[in-house]
Structures are given as structure tokens and as C-alpha cells.
Design a protein around this ligand. Sequence first.
Ligand code: ADP
Ligand code: MG
Length: 226
Amino acid sequence: MICQLIGVKKTYPMGDLTVVALSGIDVGVDAGEFTVFAGPSGSGKTTALNLIGCLDRPSSGQVLLDGRDVATLGDDALGQVRAKRIGFIFQSFNLIPVLTAAENVELALRLAGLDAGRKEKVEQALVDVGLKDFMGRRPNQLSGGQQQRVAIARALVKKPAIIIADEPTANLDSHNGEAILDLMRLMNERDRVTFLFSTHDPMVMARARRVVRLKDGAIVGDERMA
Ligand code: ADP
Ligand code: MG
């Protein structure tokens, strides 16, 4: 199993109150999965993805990556895991505006300390997402759909164990959203890239191979498609 949450609870202090974002959930993701966390706004999807992505630590319970409890890792080791083993795709693309598409992708390799064959890897990743002719453009010279393709290339280029995508189609129209989902699915089937993503959109849920349903910080369903 690539990653596993065991009895994971996450609470946030809010003045005198405590918000329970996750109420103690158990879920794991195996290599090769194409899994979505589905649920309405506020159900805990982002919190769960951030914990699996080591962007945050649980209030209680365990987060295992490659079978190791991430709580046993110091900040430096955790940073290395994040840079090398996990690719992130965000709802708002999160590209660096002053860098070209190629430079945005290359930065992910630099941050992970993956220096060998950097130029070739960047090119291949951008070709893979259909942006061969757009490598020198900056984000504001690209459409939303193209920006999200750059973000996918940036996640793919490290050949991470898992790519985590938080509502990757939420800022795209339905045509571009479907194209992005198709691209992710192609990478999953062709290159066995593991994807874990989130959505509240039924079109996106319908394209997943496993749907984990969240409601009020709890898992209320876990279904695998044929
Ligand atoms: P989703 O991604 O499904 O919309 P979230 O994981 O963002 O859900 O949020 C789950 C719950 O935790 C919500 O009630 C939200 O308001 C709360 N929450 C999330 N992040 C924070 C935070 N940093 N501080 C306080 N409450 C938060
Ligand atoms: Mg969210």
C-alpha cells in the first residue's frame, strides 16, 4: 500500500469551539489506483488529501507512507518525501507566474534534487500532456486547461509514487474538465501512475475507478468500479 490513514482525526480550534474536520477515518490507497474522495463542500476532502500529502499532520491517528508512520519523520525527511514521492495538482493550478511552463516543471525536479537528464525529462512531461508547442509560455499566456496541463506535467515529471489532486477540474469548464480527467486516466492506464483526487462533481466521480464518499468528516461509502 502506498499510503494509509489509520484512525485519523483532525480538528481545528475556532475561538472557544473545535471544528472536527475528520472524525477518525481509515482508508488506504494501493499502487495503480484511480481513486476519488467525493463529498459536498466541508466534508473533509481537502483535509484528508493534505494529510496524505504530508502538507499537514493529524490531531490523532497515523498516516503511513510506503508503510512508514510519517510522524516518525522530522521536517527535513518529510520535505524530502513530499518533494520526491508525491506530486500535487491544485484547483487553482498554483503555477509560478514569472516562470515559463518548462521552468515551472523543471523547478519540481530541482526541489526534489533530481538533476540527471533534467531538460529531457521536462520536455517529455510537457509532450505527454500535449504542450509541446507551449513550453516557453508563461501561465498568463495559457488557458486554464493548459495551465492545469502544466501542473500535471509538473506532478508527473518526478515520477512520484502518487499524485494528489484537490478538485483539479473545479476551475475549468466542463469540456476542459473532461479533457483533464481523460489525460489523468490515460497516465493511469498507460504508465500506471497512481492518482488520488477529490471532487464534488458527478461527472468527475463517474470517471473514477474507486469512489470513497466523505460526509461530515467520516467515510460513508467506498465503491470500486468494474
Ligand atoms: P472539503 O475539502 O470537503 O470542502 P475541508 O477539508 O476543507 O472540506 O474542511 C472540512 C471542515 O474543516 C470544514 O468544516 C472546514 O470549515 C473545516 N476547516 C478546514 N480547514 C480549516 C482551518 N484551517 N481552520 C478551521 N477550520 C477548517
Ligand atoms: Mg476542499
